[in-house]
Design a protein around this ligand. Structure first.
Ligand code: FAD
Length: 388
């Protein structure tokens, strides 16, 4: 009988196939080498490590579960594991990869014309072109169906007016996938960010996801050719399907942040001494560590289960809500508990725990808030919608 490993109590690694383990190990090594020691500084400076984007592309992490156009075409579970390892470094890094792959490349790949795919996907997969996804508006977050950004036809062209808020990668992007109301319903537009009338302003003073570039986008009589629209989808199901893809990455990713916090607390508890003994010897510290380990492992089982269902083509959006709701909540609880074990040191950027806890505040809110995912599940259980 094998003695359980405190860092993988249930032996989740044994549930993964060789390719999945290899991908997770490669990304973990990359994060340890290139990210772990710098993440605190990037957070403090509010700087996104743009120099890593080429490497993310070389490793096949950009649009990695898409096929063709230079994308790696891995399983969804492998994509989730890569998100987990990236987020073990910082949620900002995983956010970059989620937005690039699931929110900007995915809609072009799924709903775009051949020309749009050929123009953008290969360079986005290499990390030479960066994408962002504009759905949220200053006054419309949880209810995107009430968006005000509008595109109207002008001869063969489109004219876009409005603004989008809280847009990850907004100031870095070469291309924005912008969702706008039209006379035919909500449509997606592929907007090169050098188009006259496009402005991206960085959102400053964030206390969370500081490493991530977040922007407000404005469109002022922005003229687009007729073929800038995504031809394959009309209506809110377009952006919602992208969000479902990104949420899947998050339900794995958040556990990476949680794992770093748990391991940090475990290490700290074995070396920090008070009252003449390691704090890990106190019952209350052990209770915290055991609770963290149990929740982390249960979250991992859930993530792998949902990954297998996605790979089998049978993952309804409500179960993605289940995973995102549970695992982000789990992760934030673990991060905050880890902070209490590190006590005063826990509030410092010298240690990762409060940085992760703060980042997870954004993760709890974006891609559907905790409340909205609860109500999505509530509707599934009762047949009644409580949110509209
Ligand atoms: P609101 O919708 O105003 O909600 C306020 C509160 O009311 C919340 O607690 C909410 O749960 C609750 N609430 C709202 N409606 C109901 C209801 N019917 N029943 C019960 N409670 C309700 N958006 C993008 O489009 N692209 C991005 O790249 C992107 N990146 C982001 C990055 C960061 C760092 C952050 C913080 C946000 C990002 N977002 C992005 C926006 C994000 O998706 C929204 O913030 C989110 O959808 C919530 O919208 P809101 O902040 O306007 O809150």
């Amino acid at each position: 009988m094998t003695k359980p490993d405190p860092r993988d109590l249930l032996g989740i690694r044994d549930l993964l196939n060789e390719e999945e383990r290899e991908i997770a190990d490669t990304v973990r090594t990359f994060v340890r080498k290139e990210v772990a020691d710098h993440a605190g500084q990037w957070f403090e400076d509010a700087t996104f490590p743009k120099h890593l984007v080429g490497q993310l592309g070389e490793m096949g992490l950009l649009g990695m579960h898409l096929t063709g156009y230079g994308c790696a075409g891995t399983s969804a579970t492998a994509y989730g594991l890569a998100c987990l390892e990236l987020e073990a470094g910082d949620s900002g890094l995983r956010s970059f990869v989620s937005v690039q792959g699931s929110l900007a490349m995915f809609p072009i790949w799924k709903y775009g014309s051949d020309e749009q795919k050929d123009r953008w996907l290969p360079s986005m997969a290499r990390g030479e072109a960066i994408g962002c996804f504009g759905l949220t508006e200053p006054d419309r977050g949880s209810d995107p169906g009430d968006m005000r950004t509008f595109a109207k036809r002008d001869g063969g062209d489109w004219i876009l007016n409005g603004s989008k808020m809280w847009i990850t990668n907004g100031t870095l992007a070469d291309v924005a996938v912008v969702w706008a109301r039209t006379d035919e319903g909500v449509r997606g537009f592929v907007v090169p960010t050098d188009t006259p009338g496009f402005t991206a302003r960085e959102i400053k003073h964030k206390l969370s996801l500081r490493m991530s570039a977040t922007a407000e986008l404005s469109f002022d009589d922005l003229r687009l050719p007729g073929d800038a629209v995504l031809p394959g989808v009309t209506g809110l199901k377009g952006p919602l399907s992208c969000l479902s893809e990104a949420r899947f990455g998050i339900l794995f990713g958040a556990l990476g942040a949680a794992r770093t916090c748990y391991e940090s607390a475990l290490d700290y508890a074995s070396t920090r001494e008070q009252f003449g003994r390691p704090i890990g010897g106190f019952q209350l510290t052990q209770q915290k560590l055991v609770g963290m380990a149990m929740e982390l492992n249960k979250g991992m089982l859930l993530a792998v289960h949902l990954g297998r269902r996605k790979d089998a083509g049978d993952l309804p959006p409500e179960l993605v809500s289940f995973g995102k709701l549970n695992n982000v909540r789990t992760a934030i609880d673990i991060a905050r508990t880890a902070r209490t074990i590190l006590a005063a040191n826990g509030i410092s950027l010298e240690y990762p725990v409060l940085r992760h806890a703060n980042n997870l505040e954004s993760v709890l809110t974006y891609e559907g808030t905790e409340e909205i995912h609860t109500l999505v599940l509530g509707q599934l259980l009762t047949g009644q919608s409580a949110y509209r």
